[in-house]
Design a protein around this ligand. Sequence first.
Ligand SMILES: [Zn+2]
Length: 590
Amino acid sequence: MKKKILFFVFVLLLLVATSICIYIFDDYSHKNNIIFYGGTILTMDDKTPTVEAMFIKDGKIEALGNQDQIFKLKTSKTELINLDGKTLMPGFFDAHGHNDLSSFLYGMTDISGFNHKTPAAVWKVADEKVKVTPSGEWIICKGFDPILTKGLHSPTIQFLDSLSPKNPLLLISQSLHSFYGNSLAFKKVGITNKTKDPTVSSYFEKDKDGNLTGLIAEQEAFESFRVEILEVFKKSLVENVTNVMFENAKVGVTSISTLGLSAANKNILMLYEHLSAGTSKPLYKFLELIGKLPERKPNVRHFIYLRYDAPKILIPESVNNGDDFYKILGFKYWYDGSPYIGSMYLKEPYLHSELTEKGFHLPEFHRGEALIKQEDLLSSFDFMQSKGFQIAIHAQGDNAIQEVVSVFEKLNQKYPIEKYRNRLEHCLLLPRELMPQIKKLNLTPSFHINHILYYGDALKNDILGESRSEKILPINSFVQQQQPFSLHSDQPMYQCIPLLLLNTAVNRTSESGTVLGKEEKISVLEGLKALTIYAAWQFHCEDKLGSFVKNKYADMVLLDKNPLLVNPDEIKNINVLQTFVAGKSIFFKK
Ligand SMILES: [Zn+2]
């Protein structure tokens, strides 16, 4: 009898172990066998810009051509998909985003100028949130924006205390470069008027009597708040990460990027790898089984740049880490800040206007400054580049870009750097006279093009003035110089909508309809390339992604209209119907 029980227990354990093994080593199928036909297929490949049909096999493009040719490849297993006159094209890249920050902000109370046009509307939302939140709980509002919400001024700590007397309250600005807290928020993280500022450019603002004003400037000073809030939002963070990725898929994005990942440990990288990598890891599948990681399914690709000062534990052995679906490509630096708080670094001063004086608190003749010394940048670049990593550096102002380019020039005198395709991020005031040097060093800009749409009017009237704002974001100059560049929304700063980026690149109109830099408009085709094949080149994967060419991955987006044929004003109204990564549907519009 005892033997029988032992045998039964043994069989049961064997069964459980086998089931766990099957689960751990099982992954979603990468198989597919599909022919697309019956619509417009834009390849983004100059040799054959359009084809009639395309055959996808096991995630990759097997063949393209006319319908008769491709139909000959059909077998009994082939699924035929009639595009029904719609347009299929390569999936979009979100060339510069922040999944970590977007996930962090997801679900917070929105007070942005995109949705709230008057100060009263902003404070009403915050007030309503205070009323429904139990005493002592954190209230965090995102999107504070004195530019889009006309007349909104920086709140004082006394005002925030009266608004939220029983809850720690934090306002996060739309630019993510400044924050405002009430007294309880400062108390919660242990910051007093005696606390030392982390750096000269990142500080807790004090009034003339040395008391906190509520303003927290830049990331280093915000760090203790970030850690505290992360604790509060920990439970929903994993769900938020997958939600943000799905939002990307909904707008046709097949490859996302995180520029400057902040993390103290490897948990977030494990989560990202688990969600996007081409193959699953048994350890991660086990963690999925016990509910520590979410369910793995076909998802957007993810390319990561760590912060330049990332802890050692996050840094991979070499740039040959990950796979075609998930990879840490390099490191992100910041040379200057935002045009919307006065930390962009300019040659000529900011305009002295009501906005710069009262909204940003800038003294007259303010020009911003570099956030890091050139010699420190050079030695850090040298170290990263010697390990093969790509560099991406935030540079908005003309002086910032010029000094960054000169640091790359010095590095190039030590050894050639063109193979790295180092990236210049945002490039609001990229001086045209630097373009030959930028080309020689093979530096590649990613343009924050929707500065024109959302803040074009403020840049022209209040921040830069007419002559400088006509010169912003010189994308057509790069087309003329035949040098690849990409477009981005810097999500969560602006919502990630690739077709809206295309719209701005083509029309260059602000919200009020003003055109900024008419001669820098580009064609729809060049705009689409900036969102696909040029971006793939920036990510060192143009041989695998970004266009429809035999043997490349079948990352695709289905649109209801052909962007090349609609009126330029109609681009923003084109709908994304379906998104595929490696031939697998990751979003389908019902
Ligand atoms: Zn960014």
